[in-house]
Design a protein. Sequence first.
Lengths: 493, 305
Amino acid sequence: MDLHPEWPNARAACDAHQRRRPTTVRSRFPLLALLGLTVALTPTPSRAAPEGPPCDPCDANCDAARDLLDLPPFVAVLLGDAAPCAPCAGDVDGDGQPTGLDIQLFVECLVASPRPPVGACCAADGGCTVTTSAECAGLWLGPGTTCAAGACPAGNLTAYRPRHGAGYFPFTKTAVSEADEMSGTTGPGIRVNAPGDADPQGEDDLIELLVERSAAAHDLALRRTNGALRVWTTPNKSPGTEVPFVSDRTDALPFPPGGATMTFWVEWAVAAHGTADLALEPLAAPLALDTVRFHTFRSIVMALGGENQSPTVPVDLNHGTFVVGTALYQRGYDVHMHDEDDVSAAGTGAAYNCVVDAIANRGVDEVCIFGYSHGGGSTHDLAERLDIDRPGIGVFEIVVTSYVDGIENDSDFDVTAETRRPPSTGYHANHYQRGSIADVFLDGGPVPDSDPPPTGLDVETTPWGAGVTHYEVDDLVQVRAFIEDNFVIRLTP
Amino acid sequence: MIELFQHPLARAGARAAGIGAALAILGAVLTGGNAAGAGGGRQDDSQQAGSRAPADAGAGAAASALSDLATAQDDAAFDAGMRRLRGLARDDLAAFTGQLLTFAARDARDPRPRALAGRVLHRLDVSKHALTAALVPLLDDPNPDVRSLARDLLAGLEDRSPARPPDFSAYHALVEADFRAGREPRASLFRLMYESDAGLALLTLARASQLRRPEELKPILWAEHVVADLLWKRRFGFLPPKGVEPAAVEQVARMARHDRWWARLYAAHVLARHPELGDAALVAQLAADGHALVREAIRSAATAE
């Protein structure tokens, strides 16, 4: 009889194994040999022919496998101590009832190569094959399952660039691309959120994470590689909204009933810097469907616009400083864009407070400041203030700075070219033009020890900068690219 | 040495459109609106000598000169415009300054008039003290934009930086002149000074008010020193950002009880910024003070609590 639709005729297999030396079997199973004699003298009730799905007589415990676990229930059935779990269980010779005549054949079933059941095996790359549970390196869906469309769980993680305050202004909400999400530099940066961090606009250091799943049938979980990561269902860590990890793994994610997407908020909750992965996997198996790598921000970038330039969304393409700031934000930096008025002549103000908080409470140790026109003057004043106040702030470096046509910023009427190098900067880029009547003679000027060496670049000496005015110099793509390219090779994200 | 200026005609081609647009903007600003002087008139006519409302003819001349400057096509024309403005400034700096700020205040969205005004002041090279004297009356100008620009310009003249405190010497001269003449100094100037640097304002007032006896001066100096020392310790990490020392609290309270209103004003400003250096009783006391500036200054501290 056919015992299983996908197995060769078990009787043929059993018959083939009869050619093996039975003495070896009996010596290995002396108890069975004894039982064979005993059971032969003990009639067992006859049974009706098996009905329903195909039945494996060698699978005495009905676990879809033939192994030593079948031995006790087989014995129990032969002795009449238990009912067979399936109509044919124990009746290897197919005569309708388990008797001593089934013992030899049962033993030969056990010692023959087992033929475990096969089912769909889902791989991490989305592929699917039909194989046994033991041979499945991914998620085995169970015996008899198939690789039908949608059978395997699928999911995706999308992390976003950092917020400012309750939203993303002065940036647009920006997803980290699939190509970048595992990068330790261009991937999702995250601010250290240890206790003591001041967030004047409210908690804004958590990273938004969108979790998508292909079908509601499969429960999904998150696995982290570092306990520094905590996950919440609210951006401001409302009580009771943390998603707990046990042994670095969550339970089934609390998707809405039938829902395919859910937003979580990821926090880096310790003071130490590092990187950590967050993987999305089926609850049933450690099979990473998607993974993102978070890295803590080691730096802060301050972009200071010119007079009457304030950050906008979308970014004003005539505000070159903010165009560069936006580009750096999209490349994975923690960028803060400010009006030049946010830096007083003494260097204090909102921009100063932002940097100090980052250094003192978020472990930032690299600072970048750049500005155009009065924003250049503010760049100098902010750098000078930070440098003077080091004893009260902490350990940090002003790694890179830049002026584009820098003007000192003692007041809105200040027209003096900013030609002082920002104190303690490790690298300073300087671009300027020559003022004329067209721009009320506003211009920056040479700054000692600047790049391009030795004192920066008068853009009007270049073909692409000839004739440019103070109001245009910050928009030159060559200037913006120079700043951006030289920053990213020197500044840790 | 890099030559700072090249003749504009040498760069005419690429710049023509830019020049035209910039000049059109400035021209539109100058030909529109009221050119009448915002002037230096103060609410109290018994106030400081040297400020008077600008004459209509002077106002018109300044506006005309600025218009000429804004539409100058070359350095020669620009220099000619500057000569006219220099003459007007020499004749009546106060009136001229009022006209200049009125011009600069016409369009808050466009920084170019302010840039032109800044260039004019830079070229005029007026002494800081003279310009301060001309600007201070504008702190009470009827036009709020002019008042705002006057404050901004004065802040620039204080010449403070991260490495040095503001310079109140020009304010000192004005305040002392008022005290010597028996006049009440301008309230708006006090407001500016104390908001800029309350400690330095206190010391400036102590000197300008003609106090002579050491037993009067020393308690004021000591109070300012103790509080400044606390703030210095906070700034450089010798104390936590909100660290408090009892000595500083005591000195603030002393100043809050001083018989000189400008000493009590100092206490009010300190508490407004550092409420942890006082208590509700002190705030209430200052909120009921006999001088309006003291009551005004302490209001922000009461709000913070």
